[in-house]
Design a protein around this ligand. Sequence first.
Ligand code: MG
Length: 217
Amino acid sequence: MEIDKELLENTRGFLGHEEGMRLYELAMDVSGRGPCLEVGSYCGKSALYLGAACRKNSGVLFSIDHHRGSEEQQPGEGYFDPETWDPKTCRVDTFALFRQTLEKAGLEQTVIPMVCSSETAARMWATRLSLVFIDGGHAFETAFADYNAWATHLMPGGYLAIHDIFKNPGEGGQAPYQIYSMALASGLFCELSMTKTLGVLRRLSGSREPGFSPEQD
Ligand code: MG
């Protein structure tokens, strides 16, 4: 895998190396068949792993983030990082850091930043995706909106990966696990093994969801 170790270590983010390597392997498997997409770019840690695999397969990664930080990344909250504060606008702005990461990694021709909300990005979306990685806001409405917007665009055999899955409520917020469970209950996915808190589902073939014409299956 061609990702600079130092760059990985110096890039802010909440993704463990093992989880990142799992994402890399998943993207290596399918990114030659269609674009990958992630929700929650932050400073680019997961984009380093997914992007490296996409680049190898001449694929692309769409990376969505409004770059204003999630609820828990605002000043005074548990995950606030002063380095992400933009004194000019008096707001969190992680886009500059994300862009730097892409430049340092040589991923500017592979990763396509989409600086907007996930719902806005999804509004006119009509391209089938080989992999969707959901790692955005942790409020239920936000996580559900991300799932609702993107899971339907997965191609048969495509992967749905969701970060921060805690099956035990004592260990962490339940929204990611709730959407993971909804995906499973839909009958459209099979469950693969987890890596730490990274849940992985695979889109089954043979069934069709609303919104797609038959010839696309
Ligand atoms: Mg996460």
